[in-house]
Design a protein around this ligand. Structure first.
Ligand code: NI
Length: 258
């Protein structure tokens, strides 16, 4: 169930039995000549919503813009500074915590979000911990503690195995055939057929936007060959991701005491 498609009494009723929430988070950035600018947000949203249906957990609105500084020399890319993204994550967690949510499971579609989001979790723990210590037990509607996890759908074990089986080294690291396949499955009328140059497997450490464009002139990175993408592969990848994330969510619940 999607938070945006519920009413407040329905949210109140949900919270009596379940305090977990799934938060899809992605990015709006170039994905090579054939990948959609929204790839990372769209994949996280499709997979996050499917996961929510599978395990009966509420799904929050997608955070569709992430930390994509290194893509900013390509038209259409939009980014938040790391510090801004941390505040967005913090504010979403604290807003939902105010109503009683205390298990926050982020389904992530973009590598650049990993560090800021995990740092934001530490900020949330610091803030709630200080507030609880100052206020004393039971004096505050906010939960005394919350639990947050960031799961990268593209790196889950079955997804990784299937991506290797389907594409091997040609999955690369940006504008991958795996992520493009997921968008083609979800949006079949958005498939692109543009000839791609062959490219090496260069995967230098990411620096700034100008360096990224110089090293990766068409936007792909690490030898990714998205011409291998198919909607059929996308369906298999979504299924693998949802299976892995459902297991990971249950593990997250078990180790956080529910
Ligand atoms: Ni991506």
């Amino acid at each position: 169930m999607q938070l945006q498609l519920t009413t407040w009494p329905e949210v109140e009723s949900y919270l009596k039995d379940n305090t977990g929430v799934i938060l899809p988070i992605g990015s709006t950035e170039q994905h090579g000549p054939t990948g959609l600018v929204g790839t990372d947000a769209l994949t996280a949203e499709v997979i996050g919503r499917r996961l929510g249906e599978e395990i009966g957990v509420m799904v929050a609105p997608t955070i569709s813009v992430g930390m994509a500084q290194h893509h900013m020399d390509f038209p259409g890319s939009v980014t938040l500074r790391p510090s801004t993204l941390m505040l967005v994550v913090r504010d979403m967690v604290m807003s939902l915590a105010r109503h009683g949510f205390d298990r926050f499971y982020f389904v992530n579609g973009h590598g650049g979000n990993i560090q800021p989001v995990n740092t934001a979790f530490s900020e949330v723990h610091a803030e709630l911990g200080e507030a609880a210590a100052l206020a004393g037990p039971g004096s505050n509607r906010m939960p005394a503690e919350v639990f947050c996890r960031l799961a990268n759908w593209f790196a889950m074990p079955q997804v990784d195995t299937l991506s290797q089986e389907l594409y091997g080294d040609k999955n690369g690291s940006h504008a991958t055939p795996a992520e493009v396949s997921v968008t083609w499955y979800a949006f079949p009328d958005q498939q692109r057929d543009v000839p791609l140059d062959t490219m090496g497997s260069e995967a230098n450490p990411i620096q700034g936007a100008a360096d990224f464009r110089r090293r990766h002139p068409d936007g792909r990175r690490g030898g990714a060959d998205p011409s291998l993408s198919t909607a059929e592969d996308g369906e298999r990848l979504v299924k693998a991701a949802v299976e892995d994330l459902a297991a990971d969510y249950r593990h997250f619940m078990s180790v956080t005491g529910t």
